[in-house]
Design a binder for this molecule. Structure first.
Ligand code: SF4
Length: 466
């Protein structure tokens, strides 16, 4: 078994038994579940809205090359520089080069899963550049030295008492401070960093291709500040974030808000179409706000592998609302950190083997009951549970299954094709085989006790050979 898989099983075993952990995330997911129906009320037909969003993303992804070229042409016209990064290394090198040019010592960043994906903070720390998370949840996680726990709510696994304790340890605040008091402390600390920072880094919730802009959605105003306050703004976005037109936001913004946090609209929605314009047509003066330079790094990092895979391609429609994580019975028990991947939950299990390596990460696709709850709640109707099955098939086809597994399935197939074989052994023999011969069966289960008569025998007794 690969190290990633054995680590996952070990961590899952511990987390699944951690009732306090389960209580905290169930509490937070419970709050989410209570508000999502209210958000949905804004749609006259929410399923139609999801279907429409899926169609728009289908169009965007099927014409991805064209969309990205349109985006590049339009945003370049307004003075931004577009950088294409094939992998994490290229993206990091590009960011470092900009940091060197700008003599950057401090960088503020808003919440961005792509920066987690390329491990930007670790990289910058090694280069002696301070990278400060400005989203409150991310700030909490950074203080604690932990990666985000959830795509949307990074500190979902922490109670307010946990946060108060953490702030007391790291920042010397009163251990009994209220969430409001702690937020004010964070605000003061972060404002200082904004003033110092030479560069602001954000992600992009959407890459808007017709106007050449990026859309950023957030609830705290920190992303808008990161875009606008420092003299240089760097955006880093996965290439799949495209939407063809600005008008599409009329659908995607409410959909993301509702499925992400149960809001009708997220508090701050910002569109950035370039750096500060010094020469605005029709006005005597240029713009007075905004960065002097803007760079947009378009990251592939395995996404074109998914694009090339006709069946898995629809996973690129994801708008990272996090709804599938909140609905997943596996995620709710083992939590986000157990996956050890940037993207956790059902969508993480679908895309991680393609973004990284199928052999190393295929085990995530097996961590599913295939109940279909993820598909049921997905904002853009991605058939997540079918894609998990598809991953399993692709893993086997690529030869990532061991001898015991292959033999087990061969025997199962023979048993299914020759039903009468199952009646040859009695109940005691069957129980013994499963309880002693099937490796791992009893690790998490009690003894299997087969009934004296099989279903087939009982059927025959009742109905004969019908
Ligand atoms: S797969 Fe669907 S539900 Fe999950 S994060 Fe993406 S859009 Fe949201």
């Amino acid at each position: 078994m690969k190290e990633t898989a054995s680590g996952f099983i070990a961590k899952s075993t511990i987390k699944a038994a951690d009732l306090e952990h389960r209580r905290k995330i169930n509490f937070n997911i419970g709050k989410y579940n209570a508000v999502v129906p209210k958000g949905k009320e804004q749609f006259s037909d929410v399923n139609l809205a999801r279907e429409k969003a899926k169609n728009i993303k289908w169009k965007a992804i099927e014409t991805l090359d064209k969309q990205l070229e349109n985006f590049e042409a339009a945003i370049t016209k307004r003075g931004a520089k577009v950088i294409w990064a094939e992998d994490a290394q290229q993206a990091l090198e590009a960011i470092y080069k900009i940091c060197e040019e700008k003599n950057c010592k401090t960088l503020v960043k808003s919440k961005s899963m792509v920066t987690e994906e390329i491990h930007l903070n670790d990289f910058l720390e090694k280069k002696g550049i301070e990278s400060v998370e400005t989203d409150l949840g991310e700030y909490i996680q950074q203080l604690d030295g932990e990666p985000p726990y959830h795509i949307v709510t990074p500190a979902m696994h922490k109670s307010k008492e946990d946060v108060a304790k953490l702030f007391a340890e790291k920042l010397g605040t009163d251990p009994k401070a209220t969430p409001e008091e702690l937020t004010l402390v964070a605000r003061v600390k972060l404002r200082e960093k904004y003033v110092q920072a030479e560069i602001g880094v954000t992600g992009a919730n959407f890459i808007i291709c017709d106007i050449g802009g990026i859309a950023v959605t957030e609830n705290e105003g920190n992303a808008r500040l990161s875009c606008a306050w420092p003299k240089t703004h760097i955006v880093i976005a996965g290439i799949e974030k495209v939407i063809p037109a600005m008008n599409d936001l009329a659908l995607f913004w409410p959909l993301l808000a509702t499925y992400g946090t149960g809001q009708k609209l997220t508090v701050y929605n910002t569109i950035v179409t370039g750096p500060r314009q010094t020469n605005v047509q029709g006005t005597p003066y240029g713009e007075t706000d905004g960065p002097e330079d803007m760079y947009v790094i378009l990251l592939d990092n395995g996404r074109t592998n998914i694009l090339a895979n006709e069946k898995q391609r629809e996973s690129l429609y994801c708008i990272r609302c996090g709804a599938c994580l909140n609905a997943c019975p596996v995620y709710k028990n083992i939590g986000g950190h157990t996956y050890a991947a940037t993207y956790s939950g059902p969508i993480g299990s679908v895309i991680t083997p393609h973004l990284k390596n199928m052999g190393e990460w295929k085990h995530l696709s097996y961590a599913s009951s295939l109940c279909g709850n993820c598909t049921e709640v997905c904002a853009v109707k991605i058939n997540l549970h079918e894609l998990l099955l598809e991953n399993r098939q692709q893993a086997v086809e690529a030869g990532h299954s061991n001898f015991a597994e292959r033999m087990g399935w061969k025997m199962w197939r023979q048993g299914m094709l020759h039903r009468h074989w199952m009646n040859i052994a009695n109940a005691r023999t069957k129980s013994w085989v499963v309880n002693t011969m099937v490796k791992g069966w009893k690790d998490h289960r009690g003894d299997m006790q087969f009934p004296k008569k099989s279903f087939n025998e009982m059927w025959k007794e009742k109905y004969g050979d019908r």
